[in-house]
Design a protein around this ligand. Structure first.
Ligand SMILES: [Mg+2]
Length: 168
């Protein structure tokens, strides 16, 4: 199912060595806004830099793919020491495919991680990576996002299972 994430967790901090090992994930293709930071914020959320260090120490390869502009993505990705692809055009597979190639890992052993069904989850499913849906750090207030979140709710009910167990 194209709208269904393989995993649904609260946030990236839930991704640990055991989770990656159990699920055969060697590389993470990370969304930026509301996955690593608040939307548009110049710094990552609490705990994220330390989590990134932990992932690096485990040898996990990571790259940011954001639909946001280079102007937005570059400063924060650089601050976090992450390679990045801006204007990622998710759910199209262009950016994700570039990211997979960059990581040099079979797509099945990578996971797209993000907070949106219609970009992150769909993009990963189209590209045949694993997919991990996280809860956004912040509920967006503008109408466009409200409509988007309502539409997401129709295709995938959040909040039902945040155990990180494998979905159907
Ligand atoms: Mg996002």
């Amino acid at each position: 199912m194209i709208f269904r994430p393989r995993f649904h967790i609260i946030n990236v901090l839930d991704i640990d060595e055991k989770f990656l090992k159990d699920n055969g994930i060697d590389g993470l293709i990370l969304d930026l806004d509301n996955t690593l930071s608040l939307h548009g914020a110049p710094a990552a959320e609490a705990g994220i830099p330390e989590w990134l260090d932990k992932m690096r120490a485990l040898g996990v390869k990571m790259v940011v793919v954001s639909n946001n502009t280079n102007h937005r993505v570059a400063p924060l990705a650089r601050k976090l020491g992450l390679p990045f692809i801006a204007n990622g055009a998710k759910p199209l597979t262009i950016g994700i495919t570039r990211a997979i190639r960059f990581l040099g890992i079979p797509k099945e052993r990578t996971a797209v991680v993000g907070d949106q069904i219609f970009t992150d989850v769909m993009g990963g499913n189209f590209a045949r990576t694993q997919t991990i849906l996280v809860e956004p750090f912040h509920e967006e207030k503008n109408l466009f996002f409200k409509i988007k979140r309502a539409a997401e709710n129709i295709v995938f009910r959040r909040g039902e299972d945040l155990s990180g167990k494998k979905g159907k």
